[in-house]
Design a protein. Structure first.
Length: 477
């Protein structure tokens, strides 16, 4: 019996030691896992901080290059730029490499290499940035004073340096902005009032027009704060005689339920170019560069055995050729500037081409592109761009910019109404007129989404910078 008791005690001791050993193993395992996870979390945090340092460097480069296209970078590995962000400190250094064509191109591209450093972590970002062109807009005006009726649709970015007013519910698909901090009554064009602290707090009925002078924050039903630029939607109710929010019917709405739609007032102004001299200075083809700017020129582009050729004549469509006896080939990517009035006849164009003139521009026929994937056209006029085909349908594939005028019909006193189709963008000093309810053109606008990321050669720029691609070294590990 004594031997059995000793055996039992030995077994219990061995079992206890095994359990204790297992507990220690499990405990050390848990500690190791927790330590590893803690170290991983710390590394992720440090790497994330380094990433924001690198992004700070990219933002710094964009700001510097906006002011000085020759800026080449700042800081170095030995002496980086230091900065504090949200309670932590770090540093970065940046280099900017210019594209070889920057010296002669209005649209410039840089490769930015930004290295962020924080708590021993390093993050390198390679970003490609470019100047933004006006072609990114489906619709743009420097001055807006009329009102948009229901039924109008805009399927790309929209901006005015003036104000939008509404009667009905025009539809927008993308970013929509205006620079003016005021909203206007669409019938009487009267300023909406605001309280001393900048927030609308009261409304009043205009007895003659039956409209209210107020602005309203749309989705949340809050008063629109003219000092708050973070608001994502803006509502301008018109033609209502009710103070109940749900009964206000007029104002912008999302097109087909678009999730990319936003509406903001009080945004920065975007300045149109002063004239076409910037295009003239970088033009591949220059017509009458120092002659009389009132001269008339007639241009035709056409495809011939896979090549795009062009012909320019003086004074009339049958006048003397100024481009030689044999029609030359239009370069694949070209900028053509005419000092004078330009009449563009029925044309098919190949390549990324900008055609500009220092006076009025007239479109006397359809403007087509040869390849819907690769080709795009920009038309830039110092004054109006006039659709000049009264009584006939017309189709135009181009982003159009009228610096001091409008994209408009040269005549709309004809009926029955015909159709005007623009596939591209309408950028102008002011809105143009194409017809009335019973005469002229019915307008159809379709934005070419390719203009969001590319543009015809040397199409005018907005002064803004945008990132066209970014590579994070952390994603390559």
């Amino acid at each position: 019996m004594l031997k059995r008791k000793h055996s039992d005690k030995g077994f219990s001791l061995a079992l206890t030691l095994i359990v204790i050993t297992l507990v220690f193993i499990i405990g050390f395992g848990i500690i190791a896992i927790v330590t590893s996870q803690s170290r991983t979390t710390t590394n992720i945090m440090q790497s994330t901080k380094a990433y924001y340092m690198a992004r700070t460097g990219v933002d710094r480069a964009m700001a510097e290059l906006r002011a000085n296209v020759f800026w080449s970078g700042c800081g170095s590995a030995a002496s980086p730029e230091t900065v504090s962000l949200s309670g932590f400190k770090g540093s970065y250094y940046v280099t900017a490499l210019s594209k070889s064509t920057n010296a002669t191109s209005a649209i410039k591209v840089w490769q930015i290499t930004s290295t962020g450093l924080c708590d021993g972590a390093t993050r390198v970002l390679n970003a490609w940035i470019t100047t933004e062109s006006f072609a990114v807009y489906a619709y743009f005006t420097d001055y807006e004073y009329g009102y948009w009726p229901g039924g109008s649709t805009f399927d790309g970015p929209v901006h005015t340096n003036g104000v939008f007013t509404y009667s009905g519910n025009p539809q927008y698909k993308s970013r929509t902005t205006c620079a003016n901090a005021k909203a206007y009554d669409g019938l009487k064009n009267k300023d909406h009032k605001k309280s001393k602290n900048g927030v609308q707090t009261a409304w009043s009925l205009n007895a003659s027009s039956k409209t209210y002078s107020f602005t309203k924050q749309w989705d949340e039903g809050k008063w629109f704060d003219l000092t708050d630029t973070t608001l994502s939607h803006f509502y301008c109710p018109l033609n209502s005689n009710s103070s109940t929010f749900s009964s206000w019917t007029d104002g912008p709405v999302a097109m087909s339920g678009s999730t990319d739609y936003s509406f903001k007032c009080a945004q920065p102004e975007v300045s149109l170019p002063i004239d076409t001299s910037g295009i003239k200075n970088v033009a591949d083809i220059s017509i009458n560069p120092s002659g009389n700017s009132n001269n008339k020129y007639y241009m035709t582009c056409y495809m011939d055995n896979g090549q795009c050729k062009y012909c320019i004549r003086s004074n009339s469509a049958t006048g003397t050729k100024v481009t030689g006896s044999t029609d030359p080939v239009l370069p694949t990517d070209a900028t053509l500037h005419v000092n004078g009035k330009l009449y563009i006849e029925e044309s098919t164009i190949s390549g990324k081409v900008t055609i500009a003139c220092s006076n009025e521009m007239y479109i006397n026929g359809n403007i087509n592109i040869n390849n819907s994937t690769n080709d795009m056209v920009g038309l830039v006029s110092q004054k109006n761009v006039n659709v000049n085909t009264p009584g006939e349908d017309i189709s135009i594939h181009a982003s159009i910019l009228a610096i001091e005028g409008a994209f408009q019909a040269s005549s709309y006193n004809f009926n029955p109404k015909t159709q005007m189709y623009l596939y591209g963008g309408n950028i102008a000093k002011s809105a143009g007129i194409f017809g009335t309810s019973g005469s002229g053109y019915t307008e159809h606008y379709t934005f070419d989404n390719r203009f969001l990321n590319q543009c015809p050669k040397n199409f005018p720029i907005t002064g803004k910078m945008k990132i066209i691609g970014i590579q994070d070294n952390a994603s390559l590990k």
